[in-house]
Design a binder for this molecule. Structure first.
Ligand SMILES: [Zn+2]
Length: 270
């Protein structure tokens, strides 16, 4: 009995070690999958974090935002390099391409650096910004930087250095021609960036009503350097195309942050 009693805790100890090794593995796995969340929890944030919930009754219409055609992206056929990132994809502007953002509230020139998107596995949520608590299936972000600074990296550290244009995406069951899903698949298979061309107009809504507020990057390092510009009208992307995005990551959006007294202005009723 004594021997048996002795051998039980021994086996128990060995078993425990095995379990703890397995747990370690699990922990490492979960650390990888929640890397974004853990990097977020270790940050100290200021008072202008993004995304936010846009409460339409609190949005103030500012006629000045409609001056000179309001918010415009000056681009047609553009060349990009598409790469797969840790939790999504990113299309970097190719050297020969120049895309400008023009808007009455933005002083100086802003040039496109890259665009990417946020989504989830469920079309009921996935956008980062929400409107009156409503989420969209996904959200595109066109990231521009103020060329009065030396580089994108320098601009990203200034309170007025970046301007991001957000476009809400609705999932459509209709057969819509693929945009760049093939390039995403190619980049995944090749394990390196893939060059592609695109008429950016296909990723922008036809109506130009937009709202703007001061905010931050929604991914690490969450710099509070972004003037956000969100179009009211969503674009539609096919379920098949979103399905290819979801193969990279099931979900990559950040939850809404506190307003901290910030005001949202819009060009027309939002
Ligand atoms: Zn983004």
């Amino acid at each position: 009995m004594r021997k048996a009693k002795k051998s039980v805790p021994k086996r128990g100890v060995v078993k425990k070690k095995k379990i703890s090794k397995e747990n370690d593995k699990k922990e490492i796995k979960s650390q990888k999958s929640t890397k974004r969340e853990s990097s977020e929890s270790s940050q100290v944030f200021g008072k202008r974090q993004s995304p936010i919930d846009i409460v339409s009754k609190n949005v103030k219409i500012d006629a000045k935002l409609r001056k000179n055609g309001g918010l415009r992206i000056d681009a047609k056929n553009c060349h990009f390099n598409l790469s797969i990132t840790e939790c999504g994809w990113r299309a970097d502007v190719d050297e020969g391409t120049s895309v400008a953002l023009l808007a009455p509230h933005l002083i100086g020139d802003f040039s496109l650096e890259q665009f990417h998107a946020h989504w989830s596995s469920d079309s009921k949520c996935g956008s980062e910004h929400t409107v009156d608590g409503k989420s969209f299936a996904a959200e595109l972000h066109f990231v521009f930087w103020a060329t009065k600074y030396e580089s994108f990296a320098e601009a990203a550290q200034q309170s007025d250095g970046l301007a991001v244009v957000g476009v809400f995406i609705e999932e459509s069951n209709k057969s819509i021609p693929k945009l760049f899903a093939n390039s995403i698949q190619e980049a995944r298979e090749a394990g390196k960036p893939i060059a592609f061309s695109l008429d950016l107009g296909k990723l922008l809504p036809s109506r130009s009503t937009f709202c703007t507020y001061p905010g931050s990057l929604t991914t690490c390092p969450y710099s509070e350097s972004v003037t956000w510009n969100l179009f009211k009208e969503a674009i539609r992307i096919s379920k098949q195309e979103l399905g290819i995005w979801r193969q990279i990551s099931p979900s990559n959006y950040r939850e809404c942050q506190k307003m901290n007294g910030r005001k949202v202005l819009s060009s027309e009723k939002f």
